[in-house]
Design a protein around this ligand. Structure first.
Ligand SMILES: N[C@@H](CCC(=O)N[C@@H](CS)C(=O)NCC(=O)O)C(=O)O
Length: 203
């Protein structure tokens, strides 16, 4: 089994944090945007979309999509549960992970792609769309701060995949976008300090 990852890629990071929480260690092949090995025919045969992460099983099957890879490991290694324990928690984690993807992670990626110099010449940049998404991201941070007022983690009271999705989004916001959590967001800051001090945060 092998994981194909991308240097500084937010989605590969999601999977690496998830695996660290499950205490899974496996061979990782790291690609980078400059040499673009993930656009070469050998990799496109594994994932024609040319995106990462991809998990390759021993029988040659490839699983792309971060959440699909995480679900595979959740089934194989149920403890600690990162998709919830009960039917209700499964639904709550699904709901919140999707929200963290749509409301936090995608706006973060859009601001990065449409406004950051790294993407000049690599993607068509629409600065006004990047700015609109930046405003959304700022608004969503405030929303999440309110949601975390009476709850330790995102969606349920135990660290789960929705926390990981929010964590990688806010890591990118703080690093690449220079958009740290504002000081008047005490609940989000308390949550951030808790998730980023977990050993898995360094994965
Ligand atoms: N929905 C996919 C997104 C995969 C994706 O877009 N990955 C980015 C890294 S965060 C990528 O491979 N970018 C390289 C490229 O587009 O060339 C997932 O969650 O796995």
């Amino acid at each position: 089994m092998k994981l194909y990852s991308l240097k500084n890629g937010v989605n590969p990071r999601r999977v690496r944090i998830f695996l660290a929480e499950k205490r899974v260690s496996l061979p990782i092949e790291e690609f980078d945007m400059e040499s673009a090995g993930h656009k070469a025919p050998a990799f496109l045969a594994k994932n024609p979309l040319g995106t990462l992460p991809v998990l390759e099983l021993d029988n040659g099957t490839s699983i792309a999509e971060s959440v699909a890879i995480c679900r595979y490991f959740e089934e194989m290694i149920p403890e600690p549960p990162l998709f919830g324990r009960s039917s209700l928690e499964h639904a709550q984690v699904e709901m919140w992970n999707r929200r963290m993807e749509l409301e936090l992670l995608l706006p973060t990626i859009d601001v990065f792609v449409h406004t950051h110099p790294f993407w000049v010449g690599k993607r068509t940049q629409v600065a006004s769309w990047g700015e609109q998404r930046r405003q959304q991201l700022v608004a969503r941070m405030r929303w999440l701060d309110g949601e975390l007022k009476d709850r330790e983690f995102v969606g349920i009271d135990r660290y789960n995949i929705a926390d990981i999705t929010a964590q990688v989004a806010l890591l990118t916001a703080r690093g690449a976008l220079k958009l740290p959590i504002p000081e008047d967001h005490p609940n989000l800051m308390r949550w951030w300090n808790a998730v980023s001090s977990r050993p898995s945060a360094r994965a």
